[in-house]
Design a protein around this ligand. Structure first.
Ligand SMILES: Cc1cc2nc3c(=O)[nH]c(=O)nc-3n(C[C@H](O)[C@H](O)[C@H](O)COP(=O)(O)O)c2cc1C
Length: 237
């Protein structure tokens, strides 16, 4: 397994950056949680000074399925979805989770294979998809708040492959306009823990690597932004 070389720079003061882990499982501290925890450990290990992490467990939140309140959209009657920018008209905890995603600098989602993923995670994805689509209809100049956030996915199952889960999560990351992190050229990096983490302990190390790639993407971006800012400042002096 390829190990990541330590970052060359490390002295440039950066802003604090948060990576949010979302556990889609209904089991609170099961396999998906363990993978996610390991990914976030890997992220913090990149640079504890600037990287902080948080885990949300979807089972703690009430998230109803999308009710498709876009009926009458084209006549602009009874239309709810995204009418207020980035708002869903259903009243539950969706807004809290979405707000956390907006505030985060990077996002990693973990999910077990159910049929195909847990219903609450499906509900979260449905609602976000509806908002991103209809926010654009409401305002052509809208700026989608998740654009470009580094995004990674981890999945676990009992015996079947997790390919389907990872496909769903990656497609979600793509539609939600996040930046799917890559380990090598043209390869979206995600972690498959078939058999759960007990039968697949190396998946914890893989998850750690994914977390460090997400953190490194953020740190590099921030260093670039800072460098550009310093150059501009030097030119104007
Ligand atoms: C409703 C449901 C459906 C599941 N379907 C499958 C399945 O089709 N194939 C499989 O290998 N595992 C299946 N599993 C097992 C979970 O994917 C597996 O135990 C996973 O590691 C659980 O992750 P967690 O501990 O994060 O909840 C299913 C579990 C549940 C609760």
């Amino acid at each position: 397994m390829r190990t990541l070389r330590p970052r060359k720079s490390g002295t440039v003061p950066l802003k604090n950056m948060k990576i949010l882990g979302i556990n889609g499982s209904q089991r609170k501290e099961g396999n998906s949680y363990l993978l996610l925890k390991s990914a976030l450990e890997g992220a913090r290990a990149e640079d504890e000074r600037w990287i902080e992490t948080e885990i949300l467990q979807l089972r703690d939140f009430e998230i109803k399925p999308c009710e498709a309140h876009y009926s009458g959209l084209y006549e602009f009657k009874n239309w709810g979805c995204g009418k207020k920018p980035y708002r869903c008209i259903l009243k539950d905890d969706f807004e809290k989770v979405f707000q956390k995603m907006i505030e985060a600098d990077g996002i990693i989602i973990a999910s077990p294979l159910y049929y195909p993923v847990p219903a609450k995670l499906v509900a979260l994805m449905e609602r976000l998809m509806a908002i991103v689509y209809f926010a654009k209809k409401a305002d052509k100049n809208y700026v989608w708040p998740l654009t470009g956030k580094p995004f990674g996915a981890v999945a676990t199952s009992y015996e079947d492959t997790t390919i389907l889960v990872l496909k769903i999560l990656k497609k979600f990351g793509f539609i939600a306009r996040m930046y799917l992190v890559r380990e090598a050229k043209n390869k979206v990096f995600s972690v498959d823990a078939k058999g759960g983490v007990e039968k697949n302990p190396e998946s914890l190390e893989e998850a750690k690597r994914l977390g460090s790639i997400v953190a490194r993407t953020l740190i590099k971006r921030e260093e670039r932004t800072k460098k550009k800012g310093d150059e501009r400042h030097d030119k104007t002096r």
